[in-house]
Design a protein around this ligand. Structure first.
Ligand code: NAD
Length: 246
């Protein structure tokens, strides 16, 4: 894959899928801005990338806070120059059947998983358009494609990301900025480690490949969509799910 001296910002880069994406891009020579809510975790990822010979900095930002995103994005562009690649990966779950889902849990998931992409894309996507080069990848989920009982808030946010991505793909296409979605199936991270063992077993039986994926599986697909080689791919949903959503 070809990357010509690019800078990427990855949200939720402190662990799991975001960490794997940051590390994979760094291995290809991309400079990294690792964003997470927790300064220690994104700091440790940036340090590990630097120790391995890459270039990375970390910023602790709550991606659900519009003002914080706007301020930090402007500071980062001032300090490091244009951000060429944006990965909206940060996400949370607040699962529960609809009848028992609180408004607070609904709002938290929509704000963190969907509104955050709107905040970052406004702050970073327009400068990309002015530069006439950019890649945005939004990390959705098969839950946003197929639905999943107990995840009304999460699947609404993840489906929303798909519509948001297709629209921004159309708005940015003439400026050579692509916007795509990666929709993971069940991936082995802290997020899925919280699922009870019987649920994990039930889910595995439903996956044609009969196993959870690894964060690196998502990272490889994401890196490809950010490379020069993917320059004519935009507005697409790339499922990486062991065959679940076909
Ligand atoms: P994770 O819980 O292991 O990591 C999430 C990261 O996001 C953490 O670094 C956390 O600090 C960060 N984060 C959460 N809220 C934040 C906020 N308000 N501001 C800044 N950072 C915040 O999760 P993961 O499994 O690595 O998932 C990453 C993404 O992939 C999420 O969007 C998730 O919905 C999606 N996804 C995961 C799976 C899976 O099976 N693990 C499946 C489909 C989609």
């Amino acid at each position: 894959m070809t990357f010509n001296d690019r800078t990427a910002l990855v949200t939720g880069a402190g662990r799991g899928i975001g960490k794997a994406i940051a590390e994979d891009l760094a291995r290809q020579g991309v400079k990294l801005i690792c964003v997470s809510k927790n300064p220690a975790s994104c700091g440790a990822v940036a340090e590990a990338i630097t120790a391995a010979g890459g270039t990375a900095v970390a910023r602790a930002v709550d991606v659900s806070d519009a003002k914080a995103v706007e301020t930090v994005a402007a500071e980062l562009i001032q300090e490091f120059g244009p951000i060429d690649i944006l990965i909206n990966n940060a996400g949370i779950t607040r699962d529960g059947l609809l009848a028992r889902m609180s408004e607070a849990d609904w709002n938290a998931v929509i704000q963190t998983n969907l509104s955050s992409a709107f905040f970052w894309t406004k702050a970073v996507g327009w400068p990309m358009c002015r530069n006439r080069w950019g890649r945005i990848v939004n990390i959705s989920s098969v839950s946003g494609i197929m639905g999943n009982a107990g995840q009304a808030n999460y699947s609404a946010a993840k489906a929303g990301l798909i519509g948001f991505s297709k629209t921004t793909a159309k708005e940015f296409a003439r400026r050579n900025v692509t916007v795509n979605v990666v929709a993971p199936g069940f991936i082995q991270t802290d997020m899925t480690a919280d699922l009870p063992e019987e649920v994990q077993k039930g889910v595995t039986d439903f996956i044609p490949m009969r196993r959870f994926g690894q964060p690196a599986d998502i990272a490889h697909a994401t890196s490809f969509l950010c490379s020069e080689e993917a320059s004519y791919i935009t507005g697409q949903v790339f499922t990486v799910d062991g065959g679940m959503a076909m």
